[in-house]
Design a protein around this ligand. Sequence first.
Ligand SMILES: Nc1ncnc2c1ncn2[C@@H]1O[C@H](COP(=O)(O)OP(=O)(O)OP(=O)(O)O)[C@@H](O)[C@H]1O
Length: 944
Amino acid sequence: MRIGTPITTPSSKTRRTPSCTPGGGPKAQEEKILVTVRVRPLSPKEQAAYDLIAWEFSDEHTIISKNLTHERPTGPYTFDKVFDPSCSNQKVYEEGAGDVALSVLSGINATIFAYGQTSSGKTFTMRGITENAIKDIYEHISVTPEREFVLKFSALEIYNETVVDLLNRDSGSLRLLDDPEKGTIVEKQIEEAVKDAQHLRHLIAICEAQRQVGETALNDKSSRSHQIIKLTIESSLRESTGSLRSFLASLYLVDLAGSERASQTNADGTRFKEGSHINRSLLTLTTVIRKLSGGKRIGHIPYRDSKLTRILQSSVGGNARTAIICTMSPALGHVEQSRNTLSFATSAKEVTNNAHVNLVVAEKQLLKHLKKEVARLEAELRSPEPCGSSSLRSLLIEKEMKIQQMEIEMNELKRQRDIAESQLELERKAHKEPKGSNQHGPSRRVVKCLSYTSENESVSGGPLPKIQPRNLTGRQSLVRQSATSSSMLVHEIRKIEMSQRQLGEEANRALDLLHKEVASHRIGSQDANEALAKLLVEIKEMQAIGLVPETIEIKDKGSLKEEIARLNTQETNIASLEEKLENVQRSLDKLVTCFPSGKGTPDLRTSAKKKKGLPFTLSNSPNMPNMIRSPCSPVEPGIENRAPEANNLSSGSDGFYLRESTPRRNHEANNISSAETTPAPKHSTSVGVKKMEKMFKKATEEHIRSIRTYVTGLKERVAKLQYQKQLLVCQVLELEANEAASDGPDNIEESSISWQSMFEERRKQIVMLWHLCHVSIIHRTQFYLLFKGDPSDQIYMEVELRRLTWLEQHLADLGNASPALLGDDPASFVSSSIKALKQEREYLAKRVSTKLTPEEREMLYLKWNIPPEGKGKTKRRLQLVNKLWMDPLNMQHIKESAEIVAKLVGFCETGEHVSKEMFELNFVSPCDKKTWIGWNLISNLLHL
Ligand SMILES: Nc1ncnc2c1ncn2[C@@H]1O[C@H](COP(=O)(O)OP(=O)(O)OP(=O)(O)O)[C@@H](O)[C@H]1O
C-alpha cells in the first residue's frame, strides 16, 4: 500500500519536467509526508557482538519484528517504503526521496531528512540522497535549456540549540527571525551561489567538515548536531519568452542528530549534555509530528520549542513536500529504539503538508523587461507606427493638423468676407452719395473731358481730387461714375461761371474805353454822327449786360439740375452779348464806310491823349492765327499759344491788357499825333493840312479797324464760352444716360449697341473733318488708334466731332469774310495749317529710314504704288508719306495710314500704351503757354 503519494514532481527515473510550470499559478495540494524506513545492515560491532536481526520485511512497505524473545511481536509497520539492509542509497533515494527532492525544480519546497537513533545510518543515508539529488538536479538542468536555473547553497547546524553557519562558523550563533512571507529565516546566514554540481559538492564537503562530530559508544563519528543543508533553486524561462515569473524553492537536506539513550551511549559530561539537547529537539519534532498527524491541527503546534522545529516548520505540515527516511538498526539489541523510530515514522506518515508552487517575479527579468519596454516606447516616439499607441498618436497629430488647416481656411474666409463687405459698403456709399459731393473724386471719364488747368482753382476750392482708377465695368461703373460726375460737373460749372465773369468785366472795361474813344470823335457828316451816336448807345447797352451775377450762391451739396438751371439763365446774357457785339461790329463797319474823305477832322489832341490808353492796336487779335492754325507743328515747337511776332499785346491772365509800346505803325501814328499838336483843321488850308487830314483819316480807319478786331475777339471768346457750355451740357447728358443705364443691365446693353452703330459713322465724320481742317496726321493716327468704339470713347468722339465742326465752320466763315476785314493776310490761317502739315509730313518722311526695315519700305512702296524712279530715297519716302491720310472716304486707306504713321512715330498700332488722358479736353486759359511735346496738342484747337 502506498501511503502519501507525492504530488507530481520530477522523477529521477523518468526525467520528466515538472508538471507545474510557471504561469500555471500556485496550486496547493495536500500531501502526506513521504515516510520510508531504511534498515541498515548489522554494523561490525553488532556482528561482533552476535546480535540478532530482530526485524522482518514482509514486503517493500512493511516491517515487523521477529518473535525472537517470545514477547509480543511489534508491528507490522507499514510505510511508503521499507528498505531492507540490502537496499542501496540509490534505491532509497529513488524510491524514498528523489521525487520529493526534485520538486524544488518546480518551485516546491522540499525537505528530506533522516530520523533515527545514533549510528542507525542517517548520515550514511543522507549522503546518498544528497549525492543523488545533486546528480538529478544538474541532470535536469542540463535537459531543460529553456529555463535558467540559479542555485544557492547554505548550511547550518544546530548544536546544543545553537544555530551555526557551516559556511561561516566564525559568525557564531545565528538568530532565527520570523518573516511574514518566508517564515523563519536565519539571520546573517551566508548563501553561496552554486556554480555547478562539483561546486555544490565542494560546499557540502566544507559543511561536513565544519559539523560537530564526536565519538560515542555507538558511533565513532557520531553527529552531535542537526545539519540542515539548504539548496535554493530559482528557475525561469529564457528571455525570448518574455515571461517574468520564475520558480523559487528550497530543498532542505536535514541530517538529524541521533536520538539516543544515555545508557546505551554511555554518554556523560559533554555528550550527555549534547544528548539532552538532541533528544529535546527531537522530542519537540516528535511532538509536532504527532500533533500534525492524522490531518488534525488541534491545539498548539510547538514549532518554537526547538530551533529545529522552528527552522523545519514549513517542512512539517506546511508549504513543502517532505520525505522522512527513518533509519534503524536491525539488531535485536536496538529493538526498543527501533520501535520508537517506527512509532515516530508512523506518526510522521500521518502528517499532511500543503505544498504549492512558489512563483516569484525575478528582479533581473523585471529590469530587463522594463529596459526593453522603455526602448520600445522610445522607438515608437521616434518613429510612429500605425499600431497601438503609435497609431493613436498619429491620429491625434493628424486631427490637430486638420484643425489647424481648418483654422487657416476659416481665417481666409473671414478675410474674404471682410473684403467683400468693405467693397459692398463702398458700393453702397457710392450709390447713395449725394450729387455734388466729391468725396470719392471725379469720374475718370468726366475728368478727361472737363478738367483744365486754370488760375481760377479757388472757385472750386482747390485742386481737383485724384482720379480714381476705373476698374469697374457695367452697372457698378456707371453708378460710381454718376456719383462722381455730379461733383465734377458742378466744379466745371463754377469754372465756366468764373470765365464768364472775367469776360464780362473785361468787355465792360474795353467798351468803356471804346465809348470814350468814339465820343471823342467829331465827324462832320450827319450819317457819321448818327452812326457814332448809335454806336454809343449800343456800347452803353452792351455794358449793361451782366454776364454773370455778382454773387453766386454756392451750395456744397447743390444738385446738378439746379446748377444747370442757373447756368441756363445766363445763356440769355451770353446770347445778348453776342448779339450786341454783332451790332457794334456792324456799326463799326458802317462808320468806316461813311467816313468822309477829307471831311471832318477828329480832335487829334483828344485822340492823341486817348490813344495813349487806347486798348486797341492795328494788328489782328493775337488769337486769331492760333485759332485756325494747324493744331500741332513738330517743326515749330512752342508755336501753340505763342503770340505772333508782330503781336504787341501781352498775354495776361485776362488776355487783353495792353502794352505801352505799340507796333511800328502805331508808333508812326503816335509820332504824327504828337508832332501835330496843331489847331483844328478848319484853320488849315495848306497842303500840309490836307496831308495831315489824310494821315488822320488813315489813323482813324486803323482805330476803327482795331475796334472791330477787338469786337471780333470778344465774339470768339464768347463763342468759346458757349462751346464750353455746350460741352458741359454734353457731359450732363452723358451723366444722365449713365444714371438711366444703371437702372438695368438691359439699358446698358441697348446703349452699347446703339453706340456701336453710331461709332463708325462718327469716326467717318471726324476723319473727313480732319482732312478739311488740315489737322495733324499724327494727331489723327493717335486718335484713330486710341478710340475704337469702346463705350467710354463716346465722350471723346463727341468732343472731337464738335470742335472739328466748329473749326470747319469757323474756317469757312473766315474764308467768306471780306479780305479787308481779315487783316493783312486773310488766308494766312489756313495756309499756316497747311504749311505745318507739310512740315509734319517731311518730319515723318525722315523717320521712314530709321523706323522701317528695307523690306518693309519696299513692300510699302509696292503696295502704295510709289514708283522706283525718282531723285533719291528721300523723295520716294516723302511720296509715301504724302499719300498718307489723303483719302478720307476710304476707311481701309485710313486704317493703313494710321498703322504706318504709328510705326514712324513709334507708338503701338493698337494705341494701348497711349493714354486716353492725353486727349483730355483741357480748356487752357489764354495765358498758358505749352511747350510742344510731340503730337498731343489737340486741345490747343480750343485755345483761342
Ligand atoms: N545502510 C548501510 N550500509 C552499510 N553501512 C552503513 C549503513 N548505514 C550505516 N552504516 C554505517 O554505520 C555507521 C554509522 O552510521 P552513521 O554514522 O551514518 O550513523 P548515524 O545515524 O549518523 O549516527 P549518529 O547519529 O551518531 O551520527 C557508519 O560506519 C556507516 O558506515
